[in-house]
Design a protein around this ligand. Structure first.
Ligand SMILES: [Zn+2]
Length: 299
């Protein structure tokens, strides 16, 4: 009961803060996502007995710097980084954190290996064909540094895992990518979902939609009070149910415009993003869902 009261009190205006203490000892650095720019994923910084555990390191240097600044001001070292998946907006800051804290251990699935020769190699080729820009150069540099972004410890199965002397339930799924990790801190009731939950839209680019839906069922069965998504503000369990219903409706909806407007209307209470921005993203993703391009992600 105490957990639930705390969580709902802190969730009154979640998007009002660039950085917020979700519950004591768990701080969220919100990733930004603005039209015309690639996003940063959310980062979570957790107090553990032997130091700080960071979940996801951002894409842009400015985001990662916020993590480093928070660690510096707390006077505690970053002892572990967990990457929920290999998308660049979640692993891009690994090298900078390693440079600042050489003893840090990075935990992730091994899905980056295939991504470097598959999706990311194709993406890099597309970037190289565009007129030069600082943003594209930075993306290509990040991809070229691939091995510096890779884990020290490969997570191969769902299990309890001690990080910085604190025990988490760690799940390994294949939904958004071929290796998606979630972390559940049972003591605080906080579930860190990575891009298994994203607002204002589900980022389907490398996903298997049916497997994603099954994973959302698994998350719903966990006894959490607060879910921190990969993008967007923290959700209560009730808000997550709204998200899950909207996701499943999206997989089975009919006319494109109706699909877009049903999604946008459903998630409006969960996000502060502009409805036009959300609808624009969903136009792209509804087309993607109806293409055969995602079938290759289902194994
Ligand atoms: Zn992301």
């Amino acid at each position: 009961m105490k957990r639930a009261i705390l969580a709902s009190a802190l969730l009154l205006a979640p998007w009002a803060f660039a950085q917020q203490e979700v519950v004591p000892g768990v701080r969220l650095i919100r990733g930004t996502f603005t039209p015309g720019s690639q996003p940063d994923g959310n980062s979570v910084v957790i107090d553990a007995p032997s130091g700080l555990v960071v979940v996801d390191s951002g894409r842009h240097a400015s985001h990662t710097q916020k993590i480093l600044d928070l660690a510096k001001s707390s006077g505690r070292p970053i002892v572990a980084v967990v990457n929920t998946h290999w998308h660049l907006d979640h692993i891009g800051g690994n090298a900078a954190i390693r440079a600042a804290y050489p003893d840090v251990r990075v935990y992730a699935s091994n899905a980056l290996d295939d991504a470097l020769t598959g999706f990311l190699a194709t993406y890099r080729k597309q970037l190289a064909e565009q007129p030069p820009s600082a943003a594209y150069e930075a993306e290509m540099k990040l991809i070229d540094s691939g091995k510096a972004l890779a884990p020290d410890v490969v997570i191969t199965k769902s299990a309890s895992q001690s990080l910085g002397g604190k025990t988490f339930r760690v799940g390994l799924e294949r939904s958004v990518t071929q290796g998606d990790i979630w972390l559940f801190d049972e003591a605080s009731g906080v579930l860190i979902a990575g891009d298994l939950v994203t607002l204002p839209a589900p980022f389907l680019d490398t996903a298997c939609p049916a497997q994603w839906s099954a994973t959302l069922d698994k998350l719903a069965a966990l006894d959490f009070d607060v879910l921190i998504p990969g993008h967007g503000a923290p959700l209560t369990k009730r808000q997550f149910a709204v998200y899950r219903n909207a996701f499943n409706a999206l997989l089975h909806c009919d006319a494109k415009e109706a699909c877009i407007s049903a999604w946008t209307k459903s998630v409006a209470p969960l996000t502060n993003d502009d409805a036009k921005f959300t609808a624009g993203l969903m136009g792209y993703y509804v087309d993607l869902l109806r293409s055969d391009r995602l079938a290759a992600n289902c194994h």
